[in-house]
Design a protein around this ligand. Structure first.
Ligand SMILES: Cc1cc2nc3c(=O)[nH]c(=O)nc-3n(C[C@H](O)[C@H](O)[C@H](O)COP(=O)(O)OP(=O)(O)OC[C@H]3O[C@@H](n4cnc5c(N)ncnc54)[C@H](O)[C@@H]3O)c2cc1C
Length: 472
């Protein structure tokens, strides 16, 4: 395929679209991007969208691909682990890994998106247009209809290929669904919980009011708040809470008094450093959380869905953006395979990618329960203690599920999920049966070696059972 002459139209200049535009620009394609919002480098449009994100190794593969790893590092605040806050205000740190080199980062969505846009625009063959929203896509004729939000005009663009990176509410996905021209499967599952962003402001001299290098969690069983640091000394706090259930929920937190009472009872140490709580609570929107799966991701060789438009997930593994960046890396690898036409490229891409994005969608739901509930339970903390000791002592031989998913970017999400779930089951079973215990001397290499042997044996047995049961 004479790829360099091709005109590619990208819908959506968010995180995935701007990285894709940059990469395809580097490869020499003629790329035109249409974004419905104003240029975020010129107008503040962050309100209501997650302000900062956990950025980790899979996302970093995308930055390495386009040569931006060092630039992105400057925007990152390392978070070495979860800092758990109980109701009495006691805290304890649970590191993400026993290996010092493994940590996640807090990064500003706006700064990262801005950097990618600026880098993409450095290529003469990449043009980005803002304030132009896609209304529908004629996927049979490879054209898209846009509305210009500045002068209200409507226009149609054509291209050799259209790639939609327009997020969870994708216009292309909607056109596939409404078009009924081919067998398009689509599912959207909402959690009964929504989220709202709040904040912990910096100290007067720009410092952090609580420990900077952690992802803070206040787990309360059915709900939680989390906080991630920003470069200016503030934290973005997110409340995850049911819309309807429980004594306190989004539908009944309707007055400043009830909101304050809720925080006083459940998150007293957070309330102390959140004097702006009531303002934030009533100014910021409450938004739903859902998982979107669909297939196929493409129509013949004309159009393709990528990023959240193909696979939106709940945010509890901190992997949605990372997965969307990994999409670009995988797509780029398929381009290198030398297929003759776009249809073959799209097919090969979906075949190698979909099993992994399905897996991270399921893992993200698992982590919802882990974060709001399990992290506060004794048996879970014992499991983490053993895993940390194993990772420290045998860095080459053991990786927890979290490490496999987050730091082991050479394997796919699906492999990480299967192995990680089997390991979790093995350790929890053995802890319950008293076969292993944190009462053992976890500083003794021989003790740990024995535990590692048991965990590996049990894990293999569970994986074998799963194989026989046809679970994979
Ligand atoms: C509360 C929350 C917290 C999260 N935390 C994390 C985290 O810690 N780590 C992580 O990896 N991920 C996280 N995510 C997920 C992450 O935000 C998404 O996976 C990521 O933004 C997907 O990138 P995208 O480019 O595919 O979609 P988006 O970022 O949604 O970008 C889509 C772009 O398309 C534009 N657009 C939409 N419709 C149209 C249209 N019709 N025409 C033209 N343009 C259009 C939008 O304006 C936007 O710029 C979180 C998500 C939420 C909701």
């Amino acid at each position: 395929m004479k790829e360099k002459k091709q005109n590619i139209l990208i819908i959506g200049a968010g995180l995935c679209g701007s990285l894709l535009a940059l990469r395809l620009g580097q490869r020499g394609y003629n790329v035109t991007v249409y974004e419905k919002r104003p240029d975020l480098r010129k107008v503040d449009i962050s309100a209501g969208r997650s302000i900062n994100l956990a950025f980790s190794d899979r996302g970093n593969k995308g930055m390495k691909l386009v040569g931006l790893e060092e630039e992105v590092k400057k925007l990152c605040i390392p978070m070495n682990g979860r800092m758990i806050h109980d109701k009495e205000g006691n805290t304890f740190m649970s590191n993400y890994s026993g290996r010092d080199c493994e940590y996640i980062n807090s990064i500003s969505r706006e700064d990262l998106n801005s950097l990618l846009l600026t880098e993409a625009e450095k290529h003469e063959n990449v043009k980005i247009h803002f304030n132009k929203g896609c209304k529908r896509v004629d996927f049979e004729n490879t054209t898209a209809e846009f509305k210009d939000y500045v002068d209200n005009s409507v226009f149609i663009e054509d291209a050799d290929v259209i790639i939609a990176t327009d997020g969870a509410g994708s216009a292309l996905r909607k056109s596939y669904y409404l078009g009924k021209k081919f067998l398009f499967s689509f599912s959207q599952d909402y959690l009964t919980h929504g989220y709202k962003e709040l904040s912990i402001l910096p100290t007067e001299d720009g410092g952090y009011k609580t420990f900077k290098n952690a992802l803070h969690i206040w787990p309360r069983g059915d709900f939680m708040i989390i906080a991630l640091p920003n470069l200016d000394g503030s934290f973005t706090v997110t409340l995850f809470l049911s819309y309807d259930d429980g004594k306190y929920n989004f539908n009944n937190l309707t007055t400043p008094e009830i909101v304050t009472e809720f925080f006083q009872k459940e998150f007293p140490d957070a309330l102390e450093i959140m004097p702006n709580l009531v303002n934030d609570f009533f100014e910021n929107p409450t938004a739903p959380l859902g998982t979107i799966k669909c297939s196929p991701w493409h129509y013949k060789g004309n159009t393709l869905l990528m990023g959240d438009s193909a696979h939106a997930i709940v945010p509890f593994y901190g992997q949605g953006m990372n997965a969307s960046f990994e999409d670009v890396v995988e797509f780029d690898a398929v381009l290198d395979e030398g297929h003759d036409n776009w249809e073959a490229i799209f097919k090969a891409y979906e075949k190698r990618r979909k099993k992994d994005t399905d897996a991270i969608a399921d893992l993200a739901i698992d982590n919802f329960h882990e974060m709001k509930d399990h992290v506060g339970q004794a048996i879970f903390q014992e499991k983490r203690k053993i895993e940390m000791a194993l990772e420290k002592e045998f860095p080459e031989d053991y990786s927890s599920k979290y490490s496999l998913v987050t730091f082991n970017e050479v394997i796919g999400y699906r492999e990480a999920m299967l192995r990680g779930r089997a390991q979790d089951k093995a350790i929890l079973n053995m802890l319950s049966d008293g076969e292993i215990s944190t009462a053992l001397d976890l500083t003794d290499k021989n003790v740990l070696k024995e535990i590692l042997g048991k965990v590996k044996k049990q894990t293999e047995a569970i994986l074998e059972d799963d194989r026989i049961a046809g679970l994979y």
